[in-house]
Design a protein around this ligand. Sequence first.
Ligand SMILES: *[C@@H]1O[C@H](CO)[C@@H](O)[C@H](O)[C@H]1NC(C)=O
Ligand SMILES: *[C@@H]1O[C@H](CO)[C@@H](O)[C@H](O)[C@H]1NC(C)=O
Ligand SMILES: *[C@@H]1O[C@H](CO)[C@@H](O)[C@H](O)[C@H]1NC(C)=O
Ligand SMILES: *[C@@H]1O[C@H](CO)[C@@H](O)[C@H](O)[C@H]1NC(C)=O
Ligand SMILES: *[C@@H]1O[C@H](CO)[C@@H](O)[C@H](O)[C@H]1NC(C)=O
Ligand SMILES: *[C@@H]1O[C@H](CO)[C@@H](O)[C@H](O)[C@H]1NC(C)=O
Length: 865
Amino acid sequence: MRLQTFLAFVGLLSPALAQRILPGAYIAEIKGTNTDAFLDKARSSGIKVNHRMTLDQETSIFHGISFDLEDDTPENRAKINSWGEVVQLSPVRLYEATAPVAKRVTEDVAKFISKRSGAVTVDNYPPHVQGGVNKLRAEGFTGKGIRIAVVDTGIDYNHPSLGGGFGPGHKVAFGTDLVGDAYNGANTPVPDDDPVDCAGHGSHVAGIIAAVDKDFTGVAPDVTLGAYKVFGCPAQSAGNDVLISAFLKAQADGVDLITASIGGASGWTEDPWALVVQRIVEAGTPCTIAAGNDGDQGLFYASGASDAIGAISVGSVNNLNSPEVLTSATYSSASSNNISFGYTPATGSFGSDTIELYVPTSNGALTDACSGLPGDVSSLGNKLVVIQRGTCTFDAKVQAAVAKGAKNVIIVNNVPGTIAASVTVQNVNVGMVQPETGAAWLALVKGGETISITFSKSAPLFITAVDNPLNGGSMSTFTSWGPTNEMFQRPHVSAPGGNILSTYPLQFGGYAVLSGTSMATPYIAGVVGLYLQKAKNEGRKVSPAEIRVGLTTTGRPLVWNDGNKNATFLAPVAQQGGGLIDAYSFLHSTTVVDKELLEFNDTQNFHSSLDFKITNNGKDSMTYKLTSLDGATAYTTPAGSTLPQAFPPDLLQSYATVSIVPDTLDIKPGQSKRVVVRVTQPAGLDATRIPVYGGWVNIAAGGQDLLKIPYMGVGAVMKHATVTNFEEGFPVLLNSQNQTITSNNTQTSRRSPPGIAWGLVLGSAVVRVDVVSVSKPDNNDVAVFSDKTVGSFPGYPSYWNSRTAANENTTSLWNGKVVKTEGADPVNVPAGTYKFVYRALKMTGRKETGRDYERWESPVFNFSG
Ligand SMILES: *[C@@H]1O[C@H](CO)[C@@H](O)[C@H](O)[C@H]1NC(C)=O
Ligand SMILES: *[C@@H]1O[C@H](CO)[C@@H](O)[C@H](O)[C@H]1NC(C)=O
Ligand SMILES: *[C@@H]1O[C@H](CO)[C@@H](O)[C@H](O)[C@H]1NC(C)=O
Ligand SMILES: *[C@@H]1O[C@H](CO)[C@@H](O)[C@H](O)[C@H]1NC(C)=O
Ligand SMILES: *[C@@H]1O[C@H](CO)[C@@H](O)[C@H](O)[C@H]1NC(C)=O
Ligand SMILES: *[C@@H]1O[C@H](CO)[C@@H](O)[C@H](O)[C@H]1NC(C)=O
């Protein structure tokens, strides 16, 4: 089956897209296994290809090769694509380690932690309590005997908490480096045998799964890890050829689960990496993949390959307690002697010094110094000035103190915890303390006492847990939202991923607190490890679907939080899927269903009913009561606009009406019954804003909630929704200087080529640009729907295009050639006047149907050849 010719190769790439497609590099999926024959054929046809990777294992999942095309012309690509043994030729796409959104590397915590006494006997590590892992650990589940592949930056296996070695018998027992330390995504991978981590991300991920530390353990400390290193150091991007190769190797190594905290905007299941994930899952190996950290982009921004059919897509929930790594110091006054406190340095260093506090107040409170320091102070050169956070920038506060001669400033936080304040003022030392420290100082000063602080260069760092009342326990706002461009829901389930302490390479300090769906994904992977251990103990084989359904339907839906406070209603399914993992019910539920999600599609393709099966695997007959639970409806766009709304989208407490038949069921042990669900879309919605509604079918028995199946749908006809970013003036005709041309008859030539720039406000499966001769209509011998054209712009059609991120666009320059039939060699057109006709296929539209496309035509331009 020939799925597509070229994914998205355009003459000139915008910086954003250039990062996603590697110019000149391609993956050919081939029939059979003979990649040498492919290379021989290239050589004998005079096409210079440099071998990148052989994408092959003794499994039948995928056979292919990736290569750099020395002379990257449409002619050469068309030739290769025409060979009988080539199933599909696609460009190499680059993906990122789903970048942690916050990062604090702690230089000396390693020393500090190793000095603390006592091993962990009871698992009371807050993220484990949050997701129910502690209860499974209390039952003795540790993941023993389960092998998990971590596709990431490698693992620092020398870390004592990650086993202190590599190879059989060690915690990190197998794996390989597919790329070499110098790999940056753009150069050719140079594999070696040693998957040691030189970037950090993978060691953090590995620790979340399986660390055994004095202060905490991973979710499944006895699993065996395989490290498949797909990034160099520093980690930049990884090509999908590398990712495919890593997944195939891991599957061939017979692992029980593959996990990847890697992704990039997609929303289509047709990328080769997504296809390989789908086939690996179909062959029996579950895959957990991060949902992405693009929550700020709003709805319809699913990430690849978590959008693959069968993948388990993981969202992030914030830790209830944020671990804070603080530097210690002490303060003394008449009534307080040598009291220890912690701070986070911002700029400079307080060194080893004892210094007196200056605590200016306004109206009895600490001053925010936004209109300068109050009172008549002159030189503060030998004082440490205390200023409250808020109202103005950190720089403004620091500047106010510096204006009075200060060289040292402490900012008191106005929310729990501390941050490393961003200060650009030079020659001043700045740090931040928690609100309670500031309050204690203020009380002493009000009592007439003088406070002095003692700093020490060798002061130990320490970890403290800070309650997070703003958004602890809620969905992390960075989690990417669904649905996909085909109305499938992602993420499936969420786990603690915001503010997570874990292991880090020894060379970077040994520990770090990071945030991301990258951190939530290994948590779920660890829980799957515990599940598989239990099944193995019971002598039971488990399918990936059983795991996906179990994880999603045992989740606990969370209330909406915009980053600052909890609402009184539940967050949209589009953001959270099944909600926070409940690891204990995942392993122990004796009631199971056979669907993880009920996806009702859009208004036009609406499923009038969906059904699922409940099975009672328990020992007793059960009477189940089924009800529906509402999640907020989210609008994709603001009123009167086609541009997707940045986080937070407008939410409505308008809910679908859900009919569940039957809603009471008696089921005997070992038996199953079918349930039919119908929804009526919420009333009064503005369909032009693309509302996404959803909720959960709640299954209870004996007054206890057992399972919740998320349902969702889109309250609009997606075929009517605008996909092209017309609103911001796209597409546009460009001159060779990238200037927008709105008038007719601009002079262009091969040396001064015209171009086109376009952007999408929703994903489009096909974007095409065709060229029409205006001066010689007889030359228009290729029909493209209603247009007679001379052929298509080389590189188009472009398939499986994701929504364009805010403020980005795709630019292509025209070289005066056209392609008459897809896959054929481009040919020159004669001098004359021309125009471009752009088309983008609307969502759910059919590729073959002209009216399913949006159409735009450019001004007319002269092309002198
Ligand atoms: C102050 O306390 C620290 C530990 O918090 C200790 O190391 C130091 O010796 C104490 N200094 C005095 C003067 O008591
Ligand atoms: C906000 O909600 C989450 C769960 O939805 C909960 O864990 C957390 O404690 C709540 N926060 C506050 C301050 O109530
Ligand atoms: C929704 O309908 C479109 C068009 O028929 C189809 O391609 C897509 O797979 C459907 N999605 C779901 C979740 O049913
Ligand atoms: C036009 O824009 C593209 C990408 O947006 C850039 O690579 C190219 O250098 C620009 N050309 C000029 C002449 O500015
Ligand atoms: C350019 O020419 C087309 C006809 O080919 C005409 O419809 C259009 O109005 C013209 N645009 C301008 C800006 O003159
Ligand atoms: C397209 O994107 C490029 C690169 O970000 C930018 O320089 C250019 O101005 C954009 N083009 C338009 C027409 O907005």
